[in-house]
Design a protein around this ligand. Structure first.
Ligand SMILES: C[S@@+](CC[C@H](N)C(=O)[O-])C[C@H]1O[C@@H](n2cnc3c(N)ncnc32)[C@H](O)[C@@H]1O
Length: 228
């Protein structure tokens, strides 16, 4: 084989290899972004600290979608019982959740199922279906504007807290942090509450605001106790 022939074969070989290297990797699970441990720590450590999540606590993520973010948070939690809840059975599926847990167990080099226990719960638009008086912390991100029966959901979540338990809600609100009147996600576009309307809703359903951060990764987080 001539030198030019060898060079041509080598060039074709290198082109094929570089194409393979650039080909997108298959996503390790459905219905959720993939984040590195560095970004997980950067995003969720401040939120867990704000909520004062401690080892051994019972934690629920309401409207968790596939549970990808709940499991990412679980890489930073110890000895916790974690309820992953949603109403959408097409996104919250135990086969997919197992893939998520397995992916983040490898990524974090922690066996997440021996570190924490995970339970999936399917609710409906009125009820979470969590066990009564079961949770130290209930967290819910991006759901307030998605609740179609917000009064029913809030009364329900109050009953799911242990005495002294806390509910934390993070969402976008009307005319806050550059938002307008509707959710900026074109696929959602639901109307947003103003912060005052939201706080009145919480108040009339038995919650008292105890903690508030103006901005956690771009949106406010509110922490409430349940008075009833
Ligand atoms: C914008 S997504 C937020 C998902 C996730 N929490 C996150 O941080 O990306 C809103 C989620 O709320 C869920 N949802 C809507 N109404 C609900 C309800 N009444 N109870 C529980 N989840 C609900 C939807 O199915 C959806 O998965």
């Amino acid at each position: 084989m001539s030198y030019s022939m060898i060079a041509r074969v080598l060039i074709v070989y290198l082109m094929v290899i570089s194409q393979l290297a650039c080909a997108p990797k298959a996503a390790p699970y459905a219905n959720g972004p993939v984040m590195s441990q560095k970004n997980i720590r950067k995003t969720f450590q401040p939120i867990l600290q704000f909520m004062d999540v401690k080892p051994g606590m019972v934690f629920a993520d309401i409207g968790a979608s596939s549970g990808a973010f709940s499991v990412m948070m679980a890489t930073l939690m110890d000895n916790s019982k974690i309820y992953i809840q949603d109403i959408d059975t097409t996104v919250l599926r135990s086969d997919n959740l197992n893939k998520i847990i397995s992916y983040y167990s490898k990524q974090s080099r922690k066996n997440l199922t021996s570190k924490n226990s995970f339970y999936t719960i399917i609710g409906n638009s009125l009820h979470s279906n969590l066990p009564n008086s079961s949770c130290d912390i209930i967290w819910s991100n991006g759901t307030v504007h998605n609740f179609t029966s917000i009064d029913s959901m809030m009364k329900d979540l109050g009953k799911k807290l242990k005495p002294g338990g806390l509910l934390f809600l993070r969402d976008s609100f009307k005319n806050d942090h550059g938002e307008g009147s509707y959710c900026s996600d074109a696929k959602c576009a639901k109307p947003l509450l103003t912060i005052d309307e939201f706080l009145n809703t919480m108040n009339r359903n038995g919650f008292k605001l105890v903690k508030r951060t103006p901005d956690m990764s771009g949106y406010p987080v509110f922490g409430f106790t349940y008075l009833n």
